[in-house]
Design a protein around this ligand. Structure first.
Ligand SMILES: Cc1cc2nc3c(=O)[nH]c(=O)nc-3n(C[C@H](O)[C@H](O)[C@H](O)COP(=O)(O)O)c2cc1C
Ligand SMILES: O=C(O)C(=O)c1ccccc1
Length: 392
């Protein structure tokens, strides 16, 4: 028997008897606007923003909305269990927090608060290479809770190797290698506000604390921060990388490796052929290729190509429990959520992130049960039809 995620719903109703309502809305699509009111346009512009005219982020939502769940009745759903096995580990629910850089623009406790929230709810935390807190400090905040490290594969192999060794020593079990960001895309909201936290040395903690990174600087970071920032900018990603380069990661990382940002079935096959363990079907929340295929449109093709060989994860556009049901029915093993938890962090720190996790999983549990499923295992493509679509 798994955790009773739907109890959160009762807890809210029971608190309501004394007139108390939740501190944050339970419709997570409302969090962006609230966060903007609270924190202002700079940081929220960075989080909410996406590539080009923003239509790819909207397409992610529309593609999920186009699928409609066909509920089934009179199936025993009184005992439910959302647990799944992902990359050889048992997770209490098919959800992880996506890697998101520079969380200090949202809250002073930044990644540590988000990681503690994930740990408290038993959900894996994926730490970004571009975190505002060094990976060791985030690990310490989590105890032995499940954590994965997202790699922006640095140009300098010594720094790459050092990141892998540090992540391993700090207890990160899986490596999530993001392929879709060899360059930062054209993002008008950031350009128009000239908002790029890295240029101020925010989101560079893993680099600035790294001995191999420091070895490439003429002066210590604190003596010449601008030079350190420029060294970071030149190092952070490498648009020259190709598939054969994955051998380096396979050689130096013992645990599971997941490639994030895969949208084409042939790239998924290449990942399997390169000895990878999984892929995240993702278009980076619509932040990289403007006009890209929606992530949910890409999911079935990738599952068909490699579903029997790789763990297929999904992100980009998950906002509700029914979105998760749809991604699982399309063949994802679990999903990652990005912006909603980041807004939760901005609004209420660790508690805000826990609120987001609990809302998503309570709604997932209830939607599954009401659709005739006692857990994710019985979902299949047959539980969905293509609806007429809807404006979102
Ligand atoms: C502010 C922000 C920063 C991000 N930083 C990273 C990052 O450092 N590494 C990474 O792999 N993905 C990053 N992403 C992408 C997320 O991991 C994820 O793919 C995306 O947010 C999922 O879409 P969603 O926000 O619609 O849930 C970032 C996303 C946002 C919104
Ligand atoms: O903003 C992003 O989407 C992102 O992935 C990123 C890139 C560089 C540093 C931090 C985050």
């Amino acid at each position: 028997m798994g955790k009773h995620w739907a109890d959160f719903q009762y807890e809210i109703y029971l608190n309501g008897m004394t007139g108390a309502v939740p501190r944050l809305p339970t419709d997570l699509t409302r969090l962006e606007e609230l966060t903007e009111q609270r924190l202002g346009p700079g940081p929220v512009g960075y989080v909410a923003g996406s590539a080009g005219d923003g239509s790819t982020a909207r397409a992610n939502r529309a593609a999920l909305k186009r699928h409609r769940i066909v509920p089934r009745m009179l199936r025993d759903v009184h005992e439910r269990d959302l647990s799944v096995e992902v990359l050889g580990r048992a997770l209490p629910a098919p959800l992880a927090l996506a890697p998101v850089g520079v969380l200090s623009i949202m809250h002073p406790d930044a990644e540590s608060a988000a990681a503690r929230a994930a740990a408290a709810q038993g959900v894996p935390f994926v730490l970004s290479s571009a975190s505002s807190t060094p990976m060791e400090q985030v690990a310490e905040a989590m105890g032995d809770a499940e954590r994965w490290f997202q790699l922006y594969w640095p140009k300098d192999p010594e720094v790459a190797l050092s990141f892998l060794n540090r992540a391993k020593a700090a207890g990160y079990t899986a490596l999530v290698v993001t392929l879709d960001t060899p360059l930062l895309a054209w993002r008008p909201r950031d350009l128009d506000q000239a908002y790029l936290p890295f240029l101020h040395g925010v989101g560079t903690a893993n680099y600035f604390t790294d001995p191999a990174f420091q070895a490439g600087l003429a002066k210590p970071v604190h003596e010449d921060p601008n030079a350190a920032v420029m060294h970071f900018v030149g190092m952070f990603a490498d648009p020259g990388k190709t598939w054969p380069d994955l051998v380096f990661l396979r050689e130096h990382w013992d645990g599971p490796i997941v490639l994030k940002g895969v949208l084409h079935p042939d790239d998924a096959r290449a990942a399997a052929d390169a000895g990878m363990d999984g892929v995240v079907v993702s278009n980076h929340g619509g932040r990289q290729v403007a006009g890209s295929i929606a992530a949910a449109e890409a999911l079935p093709g990738v599952v068909k190509a490699v579903g029997d060989r790789l763990t297929v994860l999904f992100d980009s556009g998950i906002r509700t429990g029914d979105d998760i049901v749809k991604a699982l029915a399309l063949g994802a093993r679990a999903v990652l959520v990005g912006r909603p938890y980041v807004y939760g962090l901005g609004l209420d720190g660790q508690a805000g992130v826990e609120h987001v996790i609990r809302c998503l999983l309570a709604e997932l549990d209830l939607t599954l049960a009401l659709s005739g499923h006692a857990g994710p295992g019985t979902l299949s493509r047959a539980d969905l039809i293509d609806g007429a679509g809807e404006s979102v």
